[in-house]
Design a protein around this ligand. Structure first.
Ligand code: ME8
Length: 516
């Protein structure tokens, strides 16, 4: 039976204090691949991305640029929206935290936490990183030789003292530890889970959840001198977009709780500690999984504006091609670990896996069909042992990739697919259909049919990762539009002999570096 149940997946919402960088692109591409995979596999998917527009960082950046925070948000959010189109992201909505629906949802969640007795007024004094929009305990910071104090993510912290509302996070320690214990998959990968468990075990302090020294945020209900701490409002975006709080009978309410929050490893604490505690307090269902991907490094080095090695995703896509970049990032990086990219690495992947791999297999087999079989899909005669083994390998990919994608081992799903491409290369070379042309044309037809059937299924399975190119491959084997989802994998959608084929156009050209 096909699982057609709702599946809700989100990216983090980025701060639009600057243009999007490759880290943002990476997160969106990976989340898109998972969303597309589940959609093709029959699930009722809702995929959300957006921007996190409030907070001190936004206000400070705007001030430096001499514009209002709203103007800064409008300008850069437009860039994030353009990036989503450029990357062919299949998000169903794009949320901005400055929207009315979000102000309403944030105030509802605040009132529910207050009604639960978890919010009280006091005064805060402690360290705050504007870059991380995070409070740190003194022991997490260090004073360096440059005279500046830094937080655990290497960003400067400043001393803050102000009247503030607090959330009784300290009351949630046991409940959080029980949550992690009862739901071993709640946090992934394992390194992040261990990190969170030891942070929570070390003791939780109540969290300051409002600010009074600036006003760029959502007003605290009944106390307009306070704006909510930006993370209270930011995390709420995930529930805002479903309408669960404002319209529990609405069309999207079924998507809450989320199946997966996909985020970077630097913001695990907010998602795996604060967010479930807020939801428990508000009496709301908890997300099922928080998964932290790693960081993208430029040739092994952290990207930073001062090093001048920040890569613009738009340039990268223009230079190498979108699906090439999507493939590279998803195949090269072990999902959940840090990954490094370089132009040489991208070029190698394009040429070995795409041009010489799937591209070559498709063009060799399909052009032989067009030339030698009257331009029609040949008849599949009796199957040899080798044919059967080949078909069995490709038919097995649905369940292998479903298992890997379910575990968010995206790179392993791709490795399994590419391994079948290599196997098909060996099969094709071993059966040598070009030699059968004179000696046994029927047998040649069978070998070409089997190879084309491998191409068909590989193309269906590559759609989540390289949607446009996989679509072109499916055009080449003349797969009908209604036979392109995963229900058409395996025997159910086998190629139909006699279907006319057009001469194959190349889908994955070789990458040749431009002359220096
Ligand atoms: O953290 N490699 O926004 P953000 C991979 N607004 N991922 C990276 C990365 C890199 N080099 N740099 C950043 C925020 N990211 C908050 C989120 S969610 C309710 C609020 C990832 O713009 C980062 O880990 O700083 C995060 O998941 C996302 O990009 C947005 O980062």
């Amino acid at each position: 039976m096909r699982d057609t149940s709702p599946f809700y997946i989100t990216t983090a919402i980025a701060y639009p204090n600057g243009k999007p960088h490759i880290g943002h692109a990476y997160e969106l591409i990976a989340t898109d691949a998972v969303a597309r995979y589940q959609r093709l596999d029959g699930r009722d998917v809702f995929f959300l991305t957006g921007t996190d527009e409030h907070g001190q960082k936004m206000q400070q950046t705007a001030r430096k640029e001499g514009i209002s925070a709203q103007e800064l948000a409008d300008r850069n959010t437009a860039e994030f929206q353009k990036m989503a189109v450029l990357l062919n992201a299949s998000n169903d909505d794009f949320i901005r935290t400055t929207e009315k629906r979000h102000h309403e949802a944030s105030q509802i969640i605040w009132k529910r936490m207050a009604a639960a007795g978890d919010i009280y007024k006091d005064s805060y004094s402690g360290w705050y990183s504007v870059r991380d929009e995070a409070y740190y305990q003194e022991g997490e910071t260090e004073l360096r030789d440059d005279g500046v104090r830094y937080g655990p993510q290497g960003t400067p912290v400043e001393w803050v003292e102000e009247e503030s509302y607090f959330f009784r996070l300290s009351d949630y320690q046991e409940r959080l530890l029980k949550l992690y214990d009862d739901n071993p998959d709640f946090i992934g990968p394992a390194e992040r889970r261990n990190e969170v468990v030891s942070f929570v075990k070390s003791g939780l302090k109540d969290l300051s959840v409002s600010r009074t020294t600036f006003d760029w945020g959502i007003k605290v209900p009944d106390d307009p001198a306070h704006v909510m701490y930006v993370w209270v409002d930011a995390l709420t975006n995930y529930i805002t977009a479903t309408g669960y709080l404002s319209d529990p009978d609405g069309p999207r309410a079924k998507y809450w709780p989320a199946d997966i929050h996909m985020i970077g490893k630097d913001i695990i604490r907010f998602h795996a500690v604060y967010w479930p505690a807020f939801l428990m307090s508000a009496g709301l269902p908890l997300p099922k999984r928080v998964f932290a991907h790693g960081f993208l490094l430029n040739k092994g080095e952290k990207m930073s504006k001062s090093l001048g090695n920040v890569v613009d995703p738009v340039n990268l896509v223009e230079h190498f091609g979108l699906d090439q970049i999507r493939y590279f990032l998803l195949r090269e990086v072990s999902f959940g670990q840090d990954g490094s990219y370089s132009e040489e690495g991208i070029a190698t992947r394009i040429n070995s896996d795409l041009a010489n791999g799937i591209g070559n297999l498709a063009s060799r087999s399909l052009s032989m069909i067009v030339k030698n079989c009257d331009g029609k899909m040949p008849v599949c005669g009796p199957l040899s042992e080798a044919d059967r083994a080949m078909l069995a390998s490709v038919d097995a990919l649905h369940s292998i990739t479903r298992d890997e994608m379910g575990k968010l081992m995206i790179h392993r799903a791709l490795t399994a697919i590419i391994a079948v491409v290599s196997e098909a290369d060996r099969y094709f070379a071993g059966e040598a259909p070009w030699a059968l042309k004179k000696t046994d044309p029927e047998r040649m037809g069978t070998v070409l049919y089997v190879t084309a059937e491998v191409v068909r299924q590989i193309a269906i399975l590559l759609q989540p990762f390289m949607p446009a190119s996989a679509g072109k491959l499916l055009d080449l084997v003349a797969a009908p539009d209604d036979k392109r989802d995963f229900a058409a994998l395996g025997e159910a959608g086998r190629l139909v002999s006699g279907t006319p084929l057009a001469a194959p156009a190349p889908v994955f050209p070789r990458y040749v570096a431009p002359e220096a």
